[in-house]
Ligand binder design. Sequence first.
Ligand code: SF4
Ligand code: SF4
Ligand code: SF4
Ligand code: FES
Length: 949
Amino acid sequence: MSILKEKDFGTPASKSDKQVSVTIDGFEVSVPEGTSVMRAAATVGLDIPKLCATDSMNSFGSCRLCLVEIEGRKGTPASCTTPVAEGMSISTQTPRLEKLRRGVMELYISDHPLDCLTCAANGDCELQDMAGEVGLRDVRYGYEGANHFDAPKDESNPYFTFDPSKCIVCSRCVRACDEVQGTLALTISGRAFDSKVALGTEDFFSSECVSCGACVQACPTATLEEKAVIDHGVPNRTVLTTCAYCGVGCSFKAEMRGDQVIRMVPYKDGKANHGHSCVKGRFAWGYATHKDRITQPMIRDKITDPWREVSWDEAIKFAADGLKKAQEKYGRKSIGGITSSRCTAEEVWVVQKMIRTAFGNNNVDTCARVCHSPTGYGLKQTFGTSAGTQDFDSVEEADVIMVIGANPTDAHPVFASQMKRRLRQGAKLIVADPRKIDLVRSAHIEADYHLPLKPGTNVALINAIAYVVATEGLMDQGFVDERCDLQSYKEWFDFITDEINSPESVAAECGVDADAIREAARLYATGGKAAIYYGLGVTEHSQGSTMVMGMANLAMATGNIGVRGVGVNPLRGQNNVQGSCDMGSFPHELPGYRSIEDKEVRGSFEQAWQRELDGVPGFRIPNMFDEAISGHYKGMYVQGEDIAQSDPNTKHVEEALRSLDMLIVQDLFLNETARFAHVFLPGTSFLEKDGTFINAERRINRVRPVMKPATGLEEWEVTQRLANEMGYAEMNYNDASEIMDEIAALTPTFAGVSFERLDRDGSVQWPCNDDAPDGTPIMHVDGFVRGKGAFVVTEYVPTTEKTNRKFPLILTTGRILSQYNVGAQTRRTSNIDWWGEDVLEIHPSDAETRGIRDGHWVSLRSRKGETSLRAVISERMAPGVVYTTFHHPETGANVITTENSDWATNCPEYKVTAVEVAPANHKSEWQEQYELETPSLRQLMDESKEPAE
Ligand code: SF4
Ligand code: SF4
Ligand code: SF4
Ligand code: FES
């Protein structure tokens, strides 16, 4: 099979509606106005030689290889920088042009090592291709003159090398870093023969580079090359699939050599990423074949016993027997399960179906409980459906961008690059975040307003913004009158215009200057199309749902819904958070967000699944823990989640897990939760999965297997076998496409979706059905899903988590670019080189009053527990607020978080914990115990490698 080479048209497509007709080498061509001659020629298969041009960035015109002749014009203009004009007659192949091109190539080759046959890029090098293309046979200047052959290689980046001896100074890398990624880490220094690519620091690793790979992809030579290609050779086949990290859902070509993945290359036709990537999706996939992976099922009677490797049959029977025994003794509702947002929609579907049919209850919840459940609740109440309103490309038309409680450059990097492009074009930016996140100030970007609010005061802030809009007459009254429920609007208006919501009233509580709130509100309401993007800094609060509704109110009041460039957009954390929610992973909702108590809906599932379903909602995750501790919940199936690390109040979670008689963990690695498990069912990585992920813009993307499951079974097959063993024989799919067919048959928003359609047409955004056969990029265009948009009164209720003299600081948590969630995947890749441990960011004044020095160990104590980690003194923090991540289990960040949660959905209040920080020279009690247990975990893993008896 051949590698999928995407056609390179040389320059970006023009967006003009006006067509222009020209003749190229005798062929009539009609293209949009503004198209380059190079691109126009490429559309009819006339590929003009080029080196510095590529269609992912603007033309530059430096290599002079793409010269053409144009009738009536003097000279030989560069086709990449010359736009077509009506009636132009262009020649791309003449003896004169051939001679000129050969001359250009001669100059390049005279300063290029002649090691093509042994070069890593042999067969995948545009310089080599162009030398052949122009018919280069000789180099008149010889190879002995001044050259750059001795320039030292930079191998500092773990994933790619920079070999300047091969550089032709085409500047594609510099422009990729500027235009595609938006980091501006590279420049060209020097002039003429001395010009070279420069970083501003000693090497790539110590530079501003964020390892997105855009320059590597853009480089036409082997100067910037993936180390895997150097080590293993150029790939020779391609499988199209989707990144398994964040909710952007980037499409990738898995480029293979035989059965080995050599590299992941972002797919130009990927609708979410348009050929761009971040360090995680591009490079951090090696965990899939990491030696820590468990590929054999394992069981044990007690959690203190060593694991025994067993056959799939034995493991599934053992698991089913344990669950059945628990039900016999403690009742039908004593077991349940948790679905995973890292698994495919199909894998999630079968788990919730197994719980509702084979377990006979609705004790199913998902990890979205601890991240975006307030999004589901809040957007459903106001707009009528639990989904972001826009596609990512919509940001290209936003005039004002408001980022609240999100850090896109770290957590959603590819979308952040798209957003930064729009900001550099002049869109205004409001950032509401306790930290000075990168967007507040980075290369060529500066937020117009940074509102550094105190954690926990989101609702007060959004109410104050809405107060300004309402009291200063900045609303879109026409939109409200036509599109919204007027009774709810009136109640909201009366509430929001109360003086308690004024910026002056809330400024002290929020810690934000009242004038800044007023100015930001005016900008949002009057600056043109305004879009809100938000993340877990909104949802993970005791008023997470209220805040989501507050943003929805604001968007409706200003008419910022239903067209491109506006909206309320949750940036979903994990790859399939949207999908796991869509698939009915909630105890009160069937797939498609339909109430389990709705008889008619339930009936449609009962008919299809041939089982009577329980009409009573089941347990949420926190209820499962509480019921386990009180002795009523005894068996649990945890699909691909590490609740012992990711959920708040670790001690409470551990106590609950220890109370279970049968804990089944399905995962790639023996994670923290597996310490308490009786059955370990090995899972599959995204490289082995067949199915779909659904991203933050509701886009259903195909995930295709590039290798067979290392475990011998696909994950849905394992669930199916467990469901069968539990007595539900009616689950009998033959492959994942049949699961999607069932999803489409039972879920109206997915009615038009099938693998066949996705394979044929690419991704599609739900709703996709008879009413929207091509999918739905923008929601609520002609009316809200619920009919009229509903305003909700959003009274600010301060969190009960208060600072005091003993705990005077507020801890808030988040992610960094190179790591992902609990780190189970990224810690098993070279991304660990960038982030080997979690640290505590603290403002200089808070550090000074406590005698804390940069890089020194500190204890971090809350009412719930204590941990210790290293301090980093940083002005990014506001005084009074400290920050950490939870990518490393030994940090125990969740040992100190509380069990406070969102009033509507129980989403934990991770973002607000009152703490004290002090210099420390010892580990916390929890960490010491963790370290005591961890070697034994490793030992158990080693024992588990021994052959089964
Ligand atoms: S890897 Fe990305 S960030 Fe780093 S230099 Fe290249 S384009 Fe810039
Ligand atoms: S490193 Fe590659 S892309 Fe950058 S200037 Fe050199 S040859 Fe061109
Ligand atoms: S932005 Fe998200 S989906 Fe895209 S490559 Fe990075 S981690 Fe993967
Ligand atoms: S490709 Fe046109 S000048 Fe380089």
